[in-house]
Design a protein around this ligand. Structure first.
Ligand code: MEV
Length: 447
């Protein structure tokens, strides 16, 4: 195929037709034309291919139009004691300090009884959204029959899930005509056991939609035959798939030798930090972002859908009508009791969990957890990261630790040699790191 022929000039710029049909080399050739130095661009793109073409192919099959791989660091946070079990937790994240913060918090709490986690519920939801101009009363009366038909129609799809202890829990008819004219939902709840279950739920919902249409068309009780299916899709909001995790110790036991203030003063400031996240949206979002630093990193490392988890978590944070921090602190009777309650729809079978070689390895490292165990691990890491962040914020400030971690990134910007890095790390051991200071240090040492 002649690549140039694919590019069409339009009034709004260039449009490429049929990009997906090009082979990988052709795609790279075309993309490289958009750089000042096409040869260099193509070289960088190819540098990150897996040397084993079979392994590379596996990655290309995950997503469309793949031309290379985008590396993220795969790190380990050891010493996570969760309900008495010791985990080494894999984390995939590009931001410096996050793995260090999780590790430091894990070690801190390992010496104080570890994390205590409990899955509250694991129910997921899906909806068929439809419009219909018929009698709600008649549909409501006939709904038990329709529901039976919906269960029967999906019996093949749910067979394996039912064998594993899951399946469709319930289906309701929801009248939404007060909000949008003629609008109804079939709202179904599911137990997807150890899988995240998106495909399973969506397959069931599409069958429900087809059966709903048939049912109304064939049933003489309904004069209005025209059902318009708007969409059939799972909901990523999972307020009934929730885990609660906490850490606790005596307030007097909060000092690990680095607090530089009394434990009472620390607990007081920490409490204020948590309260502020409860009443101020600007702070709440950042507070929760710190939680998702840990959760997303574990989700990525284990092949879970971090976008779904984040979307649900933020909606859950607004469930009382105002966006709030997801953690709670109690200081009763001299005990520091800090908890996180969060919806986490995670899977440990199916999808990327078994396809991505490193996701698979992560699950092996975690001891092949069930989805429930996975929820407890991820929420513990989220709480650990948040505890570390708030602890730094109310004591030394975040920049001290963060910039130390960031030092290597700054040094890499200056293409520092291993020797220069060693000297810089030694030099900045007891000094504040800033971009300017590192730049001066490098300039001075190269003079
Ligand atoms: C940085 O990635 C996360 C923090 O901003 C979280 C927080 O402020 O709680 C440190």
């Amino acid at each position: 195929m002649n690549i140039t022929e694919l590019i069409r000039e339009t009034t709004t710029g260039e449009i490429i037709k049929g990009f997906s049909k090009l082979d990988k080399e052709q795609k790279i050739e075309l993309v490289s034309r958009y750089f000042d130095d096409p040869g260099r661009a193509a070289e960088i793109i190819k540098q990150y291919w897996h040397p084993d073409s079979e392994k590379q192919k596996l990655f290309e099959e995950f997503s469309e139009n793949t031309i290379s791989n985008f590396f993220f660091p795969y790190g380990i946070a050891p010493n996570f004691i969760i309900n008495g079990n010791n985990y080494m937790v894999p984390m995939v994240i590009e931001e410096s300090s996050v793995v260090a913060a999780a590790s430091s918090s894990a070690k801190f709490w390992a010496e104080r009884g570890g994390f205590h986690a409990k899955v509250i519920s694991t129910t997921k939801t899906g909806q068929v959204h439809f419009t219909w101009n018929g009698s709600y009363r008649k549909l409501k009366e006939a709904f038990p029959e329709l529901k039976q038909r919906l269960f029967e129609r999906t019996a093949d799809i749910t067979h394996n899930m039912r064998r594993r202890g899951g399946g469709i829990i319930d289906i309701e008819l929801v009248n939404k005509t007060h909000a949008i004219e003629d609008y109804y939902q079939l709202k179904a709840t599911f137990n997807t056991v150890d899988s995240m279950g998106a495909n399973f739920i969506n397959s069931c919902l599409e069958e429900f939609a087809a059966e709903l249409k048939n049912f109304i068309l064939a049933d003489e009780r309904f004069e209005e035959k025209e059902v318009e299916i708007i969409m059939a899709i799972l909901s990523n909001y999972s307020p009934e798939c929730v885990v609660k995790t906490h850490v606790e110790c005596d307030v007097s036991d909060l000092d690990d030798g680095r607090l530089n203030m009394t434990t009472d003063e620390f607990a007081w400031k920490f409490e204020k930090g948590v309260q502020i996240a409860n009443i101020d949206q600007y702070r709440a979002v950042t507070h929760n972002k710190g939680i998702f630093n840990g959760i997303d990193a574990v989700a990525l490392a284990t092949g879970n859908d971090f976008r779904a988890i984040e979307a649900s978590g933020h909606a859950f944070a607004s469930r009382q009508g105002q966006y709030k921090g997801l953690t709670e602190l109690s200081l009763e009777n001299g005990r520091f009791h800090y908890s996180l309650t969060i919806p986490l729809s995670m899977g440990t079978v199916g999808g990327l969990t078994s396809l991505h070689p490193l996701a698979k390895l992560s699950l092996e490292l975690l001891g092949e957890p069930s989805a429930r165990e996975m929820m407890m691990i991820a929420s513990s890491v989220g709480l650990a990261n948040n505890f570390s962040a708030v602890r730094s914020l109310v004591t030394t400030g975040i920049q001290q630790g963060h910039m130390k971690m960031h030092l290597l990134n700054i040094l890499n910007i200056f293409q520092a040699s291993e020797e220069e890095k060693e000297h810089a790390v030694e030099y900045f051991k007891d000094k504040k790191v800033s971009f300017k200071k590192v730049s001066d240090f490098i300039a001075e040492s190269r003079r």
